[in-house]
Design a protein around this ligand. Structure first.
Ligand code: SAM
Length: 219
């Protein structure tokens, strides 16, 4: 057996955050306001180290066109948009006017509003309604987990060669390996993970970052 991933204790988690690019005041305030307004939903935001990773990845990729499925109050969209060049574009898809109205305020504050095009509605319909020629360098899946496979099938053909697809929550808080858990969103993630590992259109790795972040590159 090759080396395994370390078990992340709370102390190691704090150490990881302390040794990753710090969260700037705009994102810190967004996280605070989200926790205050929506205490039951604050866990939906990606984590600080995932945010730093996505900004870095967007820059490494030289991405110009990014699509995000699941925007919520805007944390991950700001991280992607910050990695884009000034003429780059993030297409942000969500069903909630309320949650994304918070995102809009923070996009202005982060100075990235001009790079973000928000579409409200079921994300699958928004994707299916895009012009045929529209292509992406990065796609990020972070909405309803039972929809991941449909998003994936819609997105893979729209990725440029070498494009990156990222999917959050692919460990489902460890529940993917609990056979007694048959909740639809957990089973949705299991089905998604099984589908990906058999998909020879991509090369992929399931990273134990946050709640599991799958990174796949279109071959
Ligand atoms: C986990 S949150 C996204 C968190 C966000 N990426 C962040 O880091 O702050 C999931 C989002 O998906 C949205 N959502 C759920 N079902 C959807 C659907 N069918 N179409 C579009 N958006 C959907 C929800 O409104 C919610 O804002």
């Amino acid at each position: 057996m090759t080396r395994t991933t370390e078990t992340i204790t709370p102390e190691l988690q704090a150490y990881i955050v302390d040794h990753t690019d710090p969260v700037d005041p705009v994102l810190a305030e967004l996280a605070e306001e989200t926790a205050r307004l929506y205490p039951d939903h604050k866990g939906m935001q990606i984590g600080a180290e995932q945010g730093a990773f996505t900004t870095l990845l967007t820059r490494i990729q030289g991405a110009r066109d990014v699509v995000e499925i699941g925007t919520f109050t805007g944390y991950s969209s700001i991280c992607f948009a910050r990695g884009l060049p000034s003429d780059g574009r993030l297409l942000a898809l969500d069903i909630s006017e309320e949650w994304t109205s918070v995102a809009r305020r923070y996009w202005e504050r982060a100075g990235v509003a001009d790079r973000i095009d928000l579409r409200i509605g079921p994300a699958l319909e928004s994707l299916q309604g895009l012009p045929e020629q529209e292509q992406f360098d990065i796609a990020f899946l972070d909405a309803d987990k039972t929809g991941y496979i449909d998003y994936w099938e819609e997105l893979v053909p729209r990725m440029r060669a070498g494009g990156l697809l990222l999917a959050d929550n692919t460990l489902s808080h460890g529940r993917v390996v609990d056979p007694d858990n048959t909740e639809p969103h957990v089973q949705g993630i299991r089905d998604f993970n099984d589908r990906l590992v058999a998909d020879d259109r991509v090369t992929q790795v399931l990273l134990p970052l946050g709640d599991g972040l799958t990174l796949a590159r279109k071959n």
